[in-house]
Write a protein of this length. Structure first.
Length: 282
């Protein structure tokens, strides 16, 4: 069965009536079909115009669930969103970026989902709606594992919320893969830094993806580099600061390589943050 509701109320009513797979951009769902026909109900929410676009309020930025990566690139945003913008350019081809949604990237819950680390460093939250109401959950608690989220079957992600109080400083995104473009990550890192007048790190937020089953913030790294210059921070980061990672071993890379690469990629991302700061200063 296929349904394409015209408004959110119709969508939620339909979703509550049976088991449905929610279709937004379709860039994950259709490739996963591989062979054979569709043997499940599809709820196509692409006609829900109210769920598309980025809005600014006094307290937060609100990214509608149907906002595409291409929409994101066209929107003027603070420098703290640079990592998310950079990640968006790594999401498949231009055609995929025009069709794929940011919220869909999160709901897919792949360990290598490019959008997760940049949104973790912004401490993003998701609004989930159903016929029973709305609940808000931090992204850090939304993704439970590989292809697993805390979204109930009767819920739709309505939007992503980014608090403005977490939008300080510059951010950058780095991705390691077997080639430069259109590749699944081996390791990826997002970092957001606030650098004070003394050229020292006042605050930071760092996240790593594609290493473990879920992307995660790295509080041990954040604590280790606080108050240091970028140069000092680069010499500080060691294996003990990424000990909380549980790297995967798969066809793309062994566990040991990912563990080492994570440390190096954090350093590269910090350098990129500094370059952005210098460019704005000049």
């Amino acid at each position: 069965m296929y349904a394409r509701p015209k408004n959110i109320e119709e969508a939620l009513s339909t979703l509550a009536s049976d088991n449905w797979k929610v279709l937004a951009g379709g860039t994950d769902l259709f490739p996963n079909l591989k062979e054979g026909g569709v043997n499940f109900n599809i709820l196509d929410i692409s006609a829900l115009a109210d769920l598309r676009g980025i809005k600014e309020t006094q307290a937060e930025w609100i990214i509608g669930a149907l906002t595409t990566w291409a929409d994101l690139e066209k929107t003027p945003l603070p420098r703290s969103f640079n990592a998310l913008l950079q990640a968006g350019k790594e999401v498949g081809s231009i055609q995929i970026q025009n069709r794929g949604t940011i919220a869909g990237n999160l709901c897919n819950a792949s360990p290598a989902a490019d959008g997760v680390p940049p949104l973790l460093i912004l401490e993003a939250k998701l609004d989930l709606v159903s016929t029973h109401g709305t609940r808000t959950i931090p992204l850090s608690k939304f993704i439970k594992g590989n292809r697993k989220t805390s979204r109930r079957m009767d819920e739709i992600v309505k939007c992503i919320r980014v608090p403005k109080k977490k939008c300080f400083g510059n951010s950058a995104f780095s991705k390691l893969g077997a080639r430069e473009y259109m590749v699944i990550s081996i390791v990826m890192t997002a970092a957001r830094l606030e650098i004070c007048q003394q050229n020292r790190i006042r605050e930071s937020a760092i996240a790593i993806g594609a290493c473990s089953e879920t992307a995660q913030r790295m509080p041990s790294v954040e604590a280790a580099i606080k108050g240091k210059s970028i140069e000092e921070a680069l010499g500080t980061i060691s294996s003990e600061h990424v000990a909380s990672l549980d790297p995967l071993s798969d066809i793309r890379a062994p566990r040991e390589y990912r563990f080492y690469a994570a440390q190096q990629l954090i350093k590269r991302t910090l350098i990129n943050c500094q370059k952005i700061e210098d460019n704005y200063a000049n």
